[in-house]
Design a protein around this ligand. Structure first.
Ligand code: SAM
Length: 308
C-alpha cells in the first residue's frame, strides 16, 4: 500500500502525460479526481482508459503499487502495449513517418495520411505507429470508428504536428512499465478489483443533448443499458470495499441511476479539449460520483489503515 498521489513529487520522476489526443480526455479534471481519491489505496484500476490523462497524472504524483489499465478499444490498448514494451522501435517508426510526412505539401500529406489509414497492420508496434501518426495528423485529433470498427476520421491541417514526440513516449513508457494492460469490457476489467483498491471510471458520457453524443470510440455504442450495467458494477465495487470515483455528464438520468445508494455527488465545471462539432468549448458541468462514504468502503479502508 502506498501514499496516494497527493504526496510530494520526488526528483527525476518522468513527467508522463497522454501521448494521444482523445475525445473526452480528462487532463483538466485530473486534479479534481486526485483530490477526491483516498489518501491510501492499494492497486489502481482504470477500466475506460482512453488517453489515460488521469492515470498519467496519478503516476506523475506518486509511483503506484500496481495499475490495471483497460479499454474496450483494442487498437488503443495495442498502442499502449507497444509504448510500454518497445518505445525505441516505435519511435524509429514514428520518426520515419514524420520524415516522410512533414516536408510534403498539404495534398501530398493527405495522400500519405489516407494510405496509412488504409493499412491494417497486425503487430502491436505497427498498429501503435499507425494510431499515433493518424491521431497526430487527423482532423481535430479524435479517434472515431464506423460501424465496422474502422478508423474513419479525415486528414487534418496541422502545420507541424508532433508525430514522433520522443520525450513524451519515453516518459509514458516509463510510467506504464509495471502496468497490466487489457482490452475487455469494463465489467470484466472491474472483476479483479479488491478491497482497498481504487477504481476511476470514465465511461462514454450520457449525452447532454441529442446532438452532443460522442460514443464512437469502438464499433459498439455505449447506450442506456450499458450505463445501468455500469451502475450495477459501481454497486458491486462498493459492496466489496473498493473505492470508486466515476465521472459522467451532469445529466438527471445519471443522478437518478446513482441516487439513494450512499454515494456522494459533486458537479465540476470543465472545458472539453476535443469537440467533434468544433463548438461548445465553454465549461461543461461534469458530475463526479464517489463511494468513499459508503459504509463497506469506509470499513475496508479503516481495516487496511489499521494493518498498514
Ligand atoms: C470518455 S473516454 C475515456 C477518456 C479518458 N478518461 C481520458 O482522459 O482520455 C471513454 C473510453 O471508454 C472506452 N469504452 C467504450 N465502451 C467501453 C466498454 N464497454 N468497456 C470498456 N471501455 C469502453 C472508449 O474506447 C473510450 O476510450
Amino acid at each position: 500500500m502506498r501514499l496516494s498521489p497527493s504526496a510530494p513529487q520526488p526528483d527525476n520522476r518522468p513527467m508522463a502525460q497522454p501521448f494521444l489526443k482523445w475525445a473526452g480526455g480528462k487532463a483538466k479534471l485530473a486534479p479534481a479526481i486526485i483530490k477526491r481519491a483516498p489518501r491510501w489505496f492499494r492497486r489502481y484500476h482504470e477500466p475506460f482508459l482512453g488517453g489515460g490523462a488521469v492515470f498519467f497524472a496519478i503516476a506523475k504524483a506518486q509511483p503506484l503499487t500496481g495499475a490495471h489499465l483497460n479499454d474496450a478499444n483494442e487498437e488503443l490498448m495495442a498502442c499502449y502495449q507497444a509504448v510500454r514494451d518497445q518505445p525505441e522501435p516505435l519511435l524509429a517508426r514514428l520518426e520515419a513517418l514524420a520524415a516522410a510526412y512533414l516536408p510534403l505539401a498539404h495534398e501530398a500529406r493527405a495522400e500519405l495520411y489516407y494510405r496509412v489509414r488504409a493499412t491494417v497492420p497486425t503487430l502491436a508496434i505497427d498498429r501503435a505507429a499507425r494510431l499515433i501518426f493518424l491521431n497526430r495528423t487527423c482532423y481535430n485529433g479524435l479517434f472515431r470508428v464506423n460501424a465496422k470498427g474502422q478508423f474513419n476520421v479525415p486528414h487534418g491541417r496541422y502545420s507541424n504536428p508532433a508525430i514522433a514526440d520522443r520525450a513524451r513516449i519515453l516518459a509514458a513508457s516509463e510510467a506504464l512499465r509495471d502496468a497490466e494492460l487489457t482490452s475487455s469490457d469494463f465489467e470484466t476489467a472491474c472483476a479483479a478489483a479488491e478491497p482497498g483498491d481504487l477504481v476511476y471510471l470514465d465511461p462514454p458520457y450520457v449525452p447532454l443533448s441529442d446532438t452532443a453524443s460522442f460514443t464512437a470510440y469502438t464499433a459498439r455504442d455505449f447506450g442506456p443499458s450499458d450505463q445501468r450495467r455500469l451502475r450495477d458494477v459501481f454497486d458491486s465495487l462498493s459492496r466489496r470495499g473498493v473505492a470508486a470515483l466515476l465521472s459522467n455528464s451532469a445529466h438527471e438520468t445519471v443522478r437518478d441511476l446513482y441516487r439513494d445508494r450512499g454515494y456522494t455527488f459533486e458537479t465540476v465545471a470543465m472545458s472539453r479539449a476535443v469537440n467533434s462539432v468544433g463548438r461548445g468549448r465553454a465549461p461543461i458541468p461534469e458530475l463526479l460520483v464517489s463511494n468513499l462514504e459508503h459504509p463497506a468502503v469506509r470499513e475496508a479502508f479503516a481495516t487496511l489503515a489499521r494493518h498498514a
